[in-house]
Write a protein that binds this ligand. Sequence first.
Ligand SMILES: NC(=O)c1ccc[n+]([C@@H]2O[C@H](COP(=O)([O-])OP(=O)(O)OC[C@H]3O[C@@H](n4cnc5c(N)ncnc54)[C@H](O)[C@@H]3O)[C@@H](O)[C@H]2O)c1
Ligand SMILES: [Zn+2]
Length: 275
Amino acid sequence: MQTMKIPQEVKRRFLQADALLITAGAGMGVDSGLPDFRGNEGFWRAYPEARRLGLSFAELANPRWFEEDPALAWAFYGHRLHLYRTTQPHEGFSLLLQQAQKRQAWFLFTSNVDGQFQKAGFDEDRIVECHGSIHHLQCTRCDAGIWRADGVTVPVDMARFRALDWPHCPQCGATARPNILMFGDWGWDASRTQAQEARFEAFLRRVADENLRLCIVEIGAGTAVPTVRHTGEAIAERLGAFLIRINPREPQIDPQLGAGIPLGGLEGLRALLSR
Ligand SMILES: NC(=O)c1ccc[n+]([C@@H]2O[C@H](COP(=O)([O-])OP(=O)(O)OC[C@H]3O[C@@H](n4cnc5c(N)ncnc54)[C@H](O)[C@@H]3O)[C@@H](O)[C@H]2O)c1
Ligand SMILES: [Zn+2]
């Protein structure tokens, strides 16, 4: 297979950076076999049951279902919890980690809730999960805090798209929910993500104070929920970093900020690292 030629200048900016910031969206998991939810068609391809119910991603990813119909809410999140647990991160994850560990400083910012970076060996203390994590739970009612979902299993009848059982709060017994920021979500416990963001701020201060040459590598971040794209762009602008956007369908980027690579995550990373 012919790999795409990446301009030498782009490779040089990546390889010679003192500090690396990796930013990633759902597209990072696609080469591991995970679905992204790009547009309603993308979401419904992954969850035909939601199409049958006439629910878009934004409608289903709403905390009210945990109160109104926990069997439906947990069908969606329980299925994803098990899917993400059993998925093996593709080789691109370890390529990125090897590169990160060669630098003076590195950090990861992702909207993914799937825990795939931790599974691939990324250090928990250098990750921001801006939308939370499916591997952590919180109460729908009281302030019991956040606890890990380890050992929690959620049996789901996929034909009916109903969970048969789901976790409850150890403190008050109410239905538990994933510690994920959903749409129209006023009850999300942001404390874990805020602690991650504080460490991220310290990393950015260090990059600025020590004048480190920063390169940002963005993989599979979509435009529908543009948090990851905007975060990288704002930092590139503020710190004069070079932003490399790997995305097979939406690689567009302001040439002042960096360069786009119109490839999938794994292929794009391989091309970036090829001689
Ligand atoms: N795995 C997860 O944790 C997961 C999965 C789906 C959605 N979400 C949530 O849904 C929201 C969606 O945002 P998003 O922008 O991450 O996802 P998205 O589904 O909106 O966009 C995915 C992006 O990945 C790109 N892509 C497709 N195939 C790719 C490949 N092989 N390699 C690299 N990129 C590829 C697409 O062009 C698109 O730009 C976020 O809030 C996120 O928290 C999370
Ligand atoms: Zn509770």
